[in-house]
Design a protein around this ligand. Structure first.
Ligand SMILES: Nc1nc2c(c(=O)[nH]1)N(C=O)[C@@H](CNc1ccc(C(=O)N[C@@H](CCC(=O)O)C(=O)O)cc1)CN2
Ligand SMILES: Nc1nc2c(ncn2[C@@H]2O[C@H](COP(=O)(O)OP(=O)(O)OP(=O)(O)O)[C@@H](O)[C@H]2O)c(=O)[nH]1
Ligand SMILES: [Mg+2]
Length: 428
């Protein structure tokens, strides 16, 4: 196994930068950088690092982990350097000169953690999500997956499936003898239970996906009612052009933001009206389409008493969300009146949509679960037809079990791994 190294912290200058080395030569590499003995595992120690020629490189804090009890499962050395571009470059180049070391590919440390059984595939994805997380809800969801909750569930289902298949196989193997018990009810119960769990997980998937990728909230309403002004107020910057000309906004303008811990893409749209202007008409069509697929629509309507001066206090916002009953509150993008209440209202609605979110966040998971469920449906049909069909039933159950194995990465998934890891940061 080769020994790999990489900068584990972000590129550029910082207070401290961490270079990570993993593999059988990790401690030997540290030994070459420092005269004094390698410190005990897990004991932070200060060391003067120097090059092979004896050039002083940096005074660093070093940390070592023994194989079997490190993030990767291999011997790991961490060099906590001064976060200087020149120091980092000098140390990395010194490591690159060592013939038994090479620089790591993106995600390679995590890949080793997977190969050494420290993490399963869903945990690897959870880790990738955690590193990408920008809001509270994303952080929480990713940590649940990283801690292995999804993998544990899938393993439980697979165990039930293996048990169901072995019950059938016992009957098949003893086909000539008198089998005292009818296994059909027990097999049926096991399959039904797994099927229900898989379905529940799929149901909560859209919510989980939204937490991962963000919710869309569209601001809609008549022209000139103040939609773009409201977007700018929420974004805290001039993301959209505003003017007193009705029909100013034509393209859909997207602003990503963190609203009370929930990731949101806010959409500003063209004012809705019948128009003879061909370009504006396209904008109106787009507005309708995007608003239709958004998770929530904020319908801004002019106050009934549309007094140009008194507008601030009586501008009205109507949050119209599907059929869930319209709701009004006063708002002004210009003065900021009611904005906090609006944010609270939006995050409450979106918060409801995150309840019962499943841990299934990816298309890959969905495909495996759908295929697994299809196989279970086939198995349930067959098992009901009696012992002559036990063979075929067992085969379907094994197919379902294989899908569960693929989900947690317990089988040959090389191509998949390449794809997953290529999106990782260097040093992870
Ligand atoms: N400096 C540093 N900070 C870091 C990491 C790291 O690798 N280095 N991590 C990396 O992403 C995260 C922490 N994750 C880690 C997970 C497991 C082990 C580990 O050594 N596990 C052993 C022993 C567990 C124990 O002592 O309780 C094991 O699982 O056997 C280390 C870090 C976040 N912070
Ligand atoms: N008094 C008052 N004027 C506002 C408020 N919000 C927006 N305006 C003004 O109303 C006019 C239209 O604002 P926009 O934000 O461009 O309206 P819009 O809904 O995006 O308009 P279109 O893009 O044309 O559909 C501008 O002159 C704004 O300054 C408000 O809360 N109070
Ligand atoms: Mg506008």
């Amino acid at each position: 196994m080769e020994t790999i190294f990489a900068l584990a912290t972000a590129q550029g200058k910082s207070g401290v930068a961490v270079v990570r080395i993993s593999g059988p030569s990790a401690t030997a590499a540290l030994q070459r950088l420092s005269d004094v003995p390698v410190p005990d595992a897990r004991r932070a120690s200060v060391r003067r690092l120097q090059s092979a020629e004896g050039v002083f490189l940096d005074e660093a804090l070093v940390l070592t982990f023994e194989d079997g009890s490190s993030f990767t499962g291999e011997d790991v050395v961490e060099l906590h350097l001064h976060g200087s571009i020149a120091v980092i470059r000098a140390v990395l180049s010194e490591l690159a000169d060592m013939s038994d070391l090479r620089s790591a590919a993106p995600g390679e440390f995590t890949r080793r953690a997977l190969e050494n059984g420290r993490l399963d595939l869903t945990q690897v994805e959870g880790l990738a999500d955690l590193i990408e997380a920008e809001t509270e809800s994303q952080r929480k969801q990713a940590l649940r997956v990283l801690s292995g909750d999804l993998g544990a569930r899938v393993r439980e289902w697979r165990q039930d499936l293996v048990r169901a298949a072995s019950l059938l196989e016992a009957v098949i193997d003893f086909a000539d003898e008198e089998v005292p018990t009818d296994v059909t009810p027990e097999v049926g119960a096991l399959l039904t239970r797994v099927r229900t769990r898989i379905s529940d997980e799929l149901t909560g998937m859209r919510r989980a996906e939204r937490i991962r990728e963000g919710f869309e909230v569209a601001i809609i309403g008549a022209p000139n009612v103040g939609k773009s002004t409201l977007l700018n107020a929420l974004a805290g910057r001039e993301a959209a052009i505003t003017s007193d000309v009705a029909g100013t906004t034509r393209d859909v303008i997207e602003v990503r933001m963190d609203l009370g811990g929930v990731p949101v893409t806010l959409l500003d749209t063209a004012g809705l009206r019948d128009t003879t202007d061909a370009v504006e008409a396209i904008g109106v069509k787009r507005a309708r389409e995007r608003a239709g697929t958004a998770d929530l629509r904020v319908h801004l309507i002019a106050s009934e008493a549309a007094l140009p001066e008194g507008r601030e206090e009586i501008d009205i916002l109507r949050i119209a969300k599907d059929d869930a009953g319209a709701h009004r509150l006063g708002i002004s993008g210009r003065t900021g009146f009611g904005i906090d209440r609006l944010i609270q209202e939006i995050t409450e609605r979106l918060g409801e949509m995150t309840l019962n979110a499943s841990l299934v966040t990816r298309e890959r998971h969905r495909a495996a679960l759908l295929e697994g469920r299809d196989a279970l449906d086939a198995a349930l049909d067959m098992v009901a037809q009696g012992p002559e069909f036990y063979d075929m039933t067992a085969e379907e159950i094994r197919t379902a079990a294989r899908r569960m194995s693929a989900l947690i990465g317990d089988m040959d998934v090389e191509a998949l791994l390449d794809e997953i890891f290529s999106n990782f940061c260097l040093g992870k």
